[in-house]
Design a protein. Structure first.
Length: 418
């Protein structure tokens, strides 16, 4: 039978079942979500406006070594300010230029989440994890403006991918390079992989002291961590100890409208659990089940050591970010962004388990159709991401229900045979 005689539906099914086509659909859809209305988007939040003014000042004066908000020293990382200043010089002071690299780092986070999820639990989990991240309201809203969180998260993901590819020659430099990106993006939180990687290595039995050859390889590349610290060394030489006091003041600061009292505990659960869970719907259902499942996996001594370490890594990743966010007197949901890839992978683990590790073509087909509809201007963000997540969630639940029904029918039929 030649290609011309193959029905159109058959050819479409063959395309949608192709792994490359599925990844192309995912990347295009993610870009469509993150770059929606990029030419006329409004900066959200007072900090984003302040950052944009600083980046424009750098672009106009060319003074890349001066990062001050009026009289206040900018103790955050300089990376996004430098990149945004370059974008303003090339594209002009437009909304697209100001938010360009924040959005690009967001797309990078989605791709790296897919790669990390694929490495840990398989390609279907990686694909659905990336989709869950791309349709997360908290992630999209804070990435489609000028914030440092997407660059920070990109660096953390890059470092963790380098860690899991440690047997490759490029693994250790990518690990330390990712930390450098994360630290230059948002200073201290960028060191998160230095906690996660040794923890996983210890639980997985991969942790070695320097006398071992693998440990020496990692030790040889460790000076890369020092490179981003040169920026803060420069700040100390220029401004002295005020750099460290700026960190302390920022950590202890209380923003307008927020108080430090027992209400802070209530606010912590309201912001990071109730409000986030409500905005993350319908994925939240899978996330709750996934956290419970992975927690049990990590504690079950009958499971393989590597499996327990992978499960424990995701749980520890989320808890570490929650603790760091909860320590600050002022709490915002964007502090949760570095944990969103881990949350997305936890979510996808349950979805893939319900699908029996299959990828029904209706899922990439749905994403492709909605992306085309969005490109035509019929549906726009944030309705686009809400619609994608809702329909995919429904497809997963329906497929699980049909799978259970078919399994029950087949068993009944088999038992009724003589």
């Amino acid at each position: 039978m030649d290609a011309g005689s193959v029905p159109l539906t058959g050819r479409l099914s063959a395309v949608l079942e192709n792994d490359t086509a599925q990844w192309v659909i995912l990347i295009i859809a993610s870009s469509m979500v993150l770059f929606a209305n990029a030419h006329q988007a409004q900066l959200t939040g007072g900090d984003a406006v302040l950052y944009a003014k600083e980046a424009r000042l750098i672009a106009e004066t060319g003074e890349y070594a001066t990062l001050r908000f009026g009289q206040e020293l900018n103790h955050h990382g300089p990376l996004l300010f430098w990149l945004t200043a370059w974008a303003i010089k090339v594209l002009g002071p437009t909304p697209l230029a100001v938010t360009l690299f924040s959005r690009l780092f967001g797309v990078g986070c989605i791709v790296l989440t897919a790669l990390l999820g694929s490495h840990l639990f398989g390609k279907n989990t990686g694909w659905l994890a990336a989709l869950a991240l791309a349709t997360c309201y908290t992630f999209v809203r804070n990435t489609a403006t000028l914030r440092m969180d997407s660059a920070l998260t990109f660096g953390v993901l890059l470092a963790m991918l380098g860690y899991f590819r440690g047997e490759k020659s490029w693994g250790p430099p990518v690990f330390y390079g990712g930390i450098a990106v994360a630290v230059l993006a948002k200073s201290l939180p960028g060191f998160l992989p230095l906690f996660l990687a040794p923890l996983h290595a210890l639980f997985a039995g991969r942790f070695h002291l320097p006398p071992k050859k693998p440990a020496r390889t990692w030790l040889y590349w460790s000076p890369l961590v020092v490179l981003p610290l040169l920026w803060w060394g420069y700040l100390v030489l220029q401004y002295g100890g005020v750099v460290f006091s700026a960190y302390l003041d920022d950590f202890l600061s209380v923003d307008a409208g927020q108080t430090v009292d027992m209400y802070r505990i209530y606010r912590f659960f309201e912001i990071y659990f109730y409000d986030f869970g409500r905005k993350y719907l319908p994925w939240t259902v899978f996330t709750v089940i996934g956290l419970k499942t992975l927690f049990r996996t990590a504690l079950n001594s009958e499971n393989e050591r590597g499996e327990r370490a992978d499960a424990g890594l995701l749980v520890a990743w989320i808890i570490a970010v929650l603790i760091a966010g909860g320590l600050k007197p002022s709490q915002y949901q964007r502090y949760l962004i570095p944990a969103l890839p881990a949350i997305a992978i936890v979510t996808a683990v349950v979805a893939v388990a319900m699908l029996r590790d299959r990828m029904p073509i209706w899922i990439p087909a749905t994403v492709a159709v909605l992306t085309i509809v969005s490109g035509a201007g019929i549906i726009t963000e944030p309705l686009l991401s809400r619609t994608i997540s809702g329909l995919v969630f429904s497809i997963v639940c329906i497929c699980r229900f049909k799978s259970d029904s078919w399994g029950h029918s087949s068993v009944t039929t088999a038992q009724s045979r003589p």
